[in-house]
Ligand binder design. Structure first.
Ligand SMILES: [Mg+2]
Length: 119
């Protein structure tokens, strides 16, 4: 399973990538914002994206993916500090599959991925 992790923080990308590797997901691609991510979507099975990023933020990235039939069904987890109910609802409305609030534990990431993948 190819996973794309999108975050403008290289530290956060490293944390997520290391966590995924430890969980057994070794095919991980990184992007630093929405524009970069859109260029790297080929063959991606699963997306983890930050919200606040330069160039193209996570919400716009999610909306752009969902407006493309090719990516309408790709599972997307938003990983962000935007934890207010209003923001969560906005992200769900934009088409995210699930939501993780930073800081998160490896266990949370694992549970969310398994939940989204249906097992
Ligand atoms: Mg950010």
């Amino acid at each position: 399973m190819k996973i794309l992790t999108v975050d403008d923080s290289s530290t956060m990308r490293r944390i997520i990538k290391n966590t995924l590797n430890r969980l057994g997901y070794n095919d991980v691609v990184e992007a630093e914002h929405g524009v970069d991510a859109l260029a790297k979507m080929a063959g991606v099975d699963f997306v983890l994206t930050d919200w606040n990023m330069p160039e193209m933020d996570g919400l716009t990235f999610v909306k752009t993916l969902r407006s493309n039939p090719k990516f309408a069904e790709v599972p997307i987890i938003m990983v962000t500090t935007e934890a207010a109910k209003k923001e969560i609802l906005e992200a769900i409305k934009a088409g995210v599959t699930d939501y993780i609030v930073k800081p998160f534990t490896p266990e949370t990431l694992k549970e969310k991925i398994q939940k989204v993948m249906g097992g």
